[in-house]
Ligand binder design. Structure first.
Ligand code: ADP
Ligand code: MG
Length: 234
């Protein structure tokens, strides 16, 4: 019964969000279409042509960001949990984000304990880690350090810590993190990334704790239950 309730909650959340995200994606696409239409006019001068092109590219980038922050979570999933090696999958996520980190001169350091498995959907776990790391990088536009570590905790849990030396958050901002559409990044933000993170962690039976100090940095600590082979095999 408990499981059934959780599942229908999830479906409701996903369908509400899918509706609002498709709305969010439609705006940049409409703008892009308009600029492409104007580019058909052969008499426009070079300056305007460049402006239309750049705006169209920016808008497409925005649509892509919304999809990236969000869509892995919303798309229909097999809903099959599998065994996830924390170290291996965090390393794969880091590989994906490395060009982005390099672009902002962010130095990524890792301290990952091997041999710890959790249970969940790999795609969602990636999405969760990527959304947090991406925020960390974006908090350090002039470079800095991002440290990601994982270790076993005493109570059969694993902790994953992601720490940055970025802009940090005020207590007011911290209180709002994860609220749909809360973003301090104006047109560059979606305000969907942390909401997706919260949903995924909750679904995996975990918790997240965030500590932050303005102009010093932020620490995200995720705690997830370790996969217990003996229990599951019976
Ligand atoms: P977005 O990144 O699109 O703005 P998110 O949901 O990913 O949306 O994050 C919401 C807000 O939380 C960000 O706009 C930012 O203000 C704050 N935030 C998240 N992570 C960090 C971080 N590592 N350092 C500082 N602020 C952060
Ligand atoms: Mg984000």
């Amino acid at each position: 019964l408990h499981k059934a309730v959780l599942k229908s909650d999830k479906i409701e959340v996903v369908s509400q969000l899918a509706a609002s995200v498709s709305h969010e994606v439609r705006n940049p696409l409409t703008v892009t279409r308009g600029f492409l239409q104007m580019l058909k006019d052969p008499s426009i001068d070079e300056e305007k042509r460049l402006y239309y092109l750049n705006t169209a590219i920016d808008e497409l980038d925005r649509a892509e960001t919304i999809i990236k922050d969000y869509l892995n979570f919303a798309k229909p999933q097999s809903n099959k949990a599998s065994l996830i090696s924390v170290k291996e999958e965090v390393e794969k996520a880091l590989e994906l984000i490395l060009p982005y980190a390099n672009h902002f001169s962010v130095n990524i350091k890792k301290d990952l304990m091997a041999g710890m498995n959790i249970s969940g959907e790999t795609v969602k776990f990636h999405q969760c880690i990527l959304n947090i790391i991406k925020n960390g990088i974006e908090a350090m536009p002039n470079g800095g350090d991002l440290v990601i570590s994982c270790r076993e905790m005493a109570n059969n849990h694993v902790s994953i810590t992601i720490e940055d030396t970025g802009c940090g958050m005020s207590p007011q901002q911290l209180a709002k993190i994860g609220e749909p559409y809360f973003s301090t990044k104006a047109e560059k933000g979606t305000g969907l990334g942390m909401m997706v993170v919260n949903n995924i962690i909750q679904e995996m039976g975990g918790t997240m704790d965030v500590k932050s100090k303005l102009n010093e940095g932020t620490i995200f600590k995720i705690t997830l239950p370790l996969y217990d082979t003996e229990k599951r095999e019976t």
